[in-house]
Design a protein around this ligand. Structure first.
Ligand SMILES: *[C@@H]1O[C@H](CO)[C@@H](O)[C@H](O)[C@H]1NC(C)=O
Ligand SMILES: *[C@@H]1O[C@H](CO)[C@@H](O)[C@H](O)[C@H]1NC(C)=O
Ligand SMILES: *[C@@H]1O[C@H](CO)[C@@H](O)[C@H](O)[C@H]1NC(C)=O
Length: 336
């Protein structure tokens, strides 16, 4: 027994594994991998000071078996991976907290099988057109916590398989109807914590498979006619924590299967009597923390099974509340 422990200890020492550390790591320069897995399939690198340094180091440590690479705490500016030879089956790349300011055209074009690309917590301001070209199989793109103000035209056109796009915590002021062109399979879009001011007509016309859109914590004041046109698969729409003042007639028209609508923490004063028309499948509607003074008669009439309705913290009269209490399609009414 003692002999075995000694042998293990010796082996560990030989590989440079610390027996006291929580996750033993095999180090090699600025990169390490986790030997708990049988093969060294993942590498984590940090503290590169330039793309050239990264290219050199990575080329030296990447074996054919590596499929996942994480780079953290580096300092890049302009970024591309054009000169890094990565294994063929490579499919996960994460570069976070590395001060990237610009992604150059074709930055990832050699990574034809890449499934996940995380670029969160950088300072990306500029995406060159073609920044994502060649990523034909990409499923997930995370660009959260960057400095994007504007998306270049057709920038996502090269991502036909993308399912999940995270653009949260940037400085986007506007989403143009062409910005999302090409994302025909997108299911989830996260735009929370940007500075979006309005939703224009047909913004989502090319992303008609979308199921969840998060637009909360923006500066949205105005939703144009047919803004959500074409979203006939959307299940959940989150517009809370914005500055919406008015819900026009048929503003949610076409959202046939929408189940959950978040409008809490806005400035809604006026609801048109046809505001919610077309929302035949809605189950959850949160209107709390608005300025609603008056609910037009029959406004929820077209919603057959509205399970939850929250109208707390508004300026409704006793009569309005009484009217709501009489609705037999609402199972759970929250009011104050
Ligand atoms: C990057 O920095 C964070 C914060 O200092 C630290 O927790 C993390 O372990 C670093 N990552 C690497 C790979 O060294
Ligand atoms: C959307 O982004 C916010 C902010 O980055 C994050 O907290 C939230 O979890 C994200 N939502 C989803 C569904 O990924
Ligand atoms: C509606 O939103 C408010 C504010 O975020 C939240 O406190 C409340 O729990 C929500 N209501 C329901 C019924 O989920």
């Amino acid at each position: 027994m003692e002999n075995l422990v000694f042998k293990l200890f010796l082996m560990a020492a030989l590989f440079g594994i610390s027996l006291t550390g929580t996750i033993p790591q095999i180090h090699s320069g600025k990169c390490s991998s986790n030997p708990l897995f049988h093969t060294v399939e993942e590498k984590t690198c940090s503290e590169f000071n330039s793309v050239q340094e990264m290219e050199k180091e990575i080329s030296a440590v990447i074996e054919e078996s590596v499929w996942q690479l994480t780079i953290e705490n580096s300092s890049f500016d302009d970024f591309d991976m054009k000169n890094v030879k990565l294994p063929e089956r490579f499919f996960f790349l994460s570069i976070s907290n590395s001060k990237i300011k610009k992604l150059v055209s074709g930055a990832f074009k050699t990574l034809a099988l890449l499934d996940t690309l995380e670029l969160k917590e950088n300072q990306i301001e500029t995406l060159e057109g073609g920044a994502f070209s060649g990523l034909k199989l990409l499923n997930l793109l995370d660009l959260s916590k960057n400095n994007l103000k504007k998306l270049p035209k057709d920038v996502f056109l090269s991502l036909p398989r993308l399912i999940n796009l995270d653009l949260s915590q940037n400085n986007l002021v506007k989403i143009d109807s062409n910005d999302l062109k090409g994302l025909t399979r997108l299911l989830q879009l996260n735009l929370t914590y940007n500075k979006i001011e309005e939703i224009e007509s047909d913004t989502f016309k090319d992303t008609n498979k979308l199921q969840d859109i998060y637009l909360n914590n923006n500066q949205i004041k105005y939703i144009h006619e047919n803004a959500f046109g074409g979203l006939n698969k959307i299940i959940s729409l989150t517009l809370s924590d914005n500055k919406i003042e008015k819900l026009q007639e048929s503003v949610f028209k076409g959202l046939d299967v929408l189940q959950e609508l978040h409008l809490e923490n806005n400035l809604i004063k006026d609801i048109d009597k046809l505001s919610f028309s077309g929302l035949g499948n809605l189950k959850y509607l949160n209107l709390s923390n608005n300025e609603i003074t008056n609910i037009p008669e029959n406004v929820f009439g077209s919603i057959q099974d509205l399970f939850v309705l929250d109208v707390t913290h508004n300026k409704l009269s006793e009569d309005d509340i009484k009217l709501l209490k009489n609705l037999n399609n609402v199972q759970q009414l929250y009011n104050d």
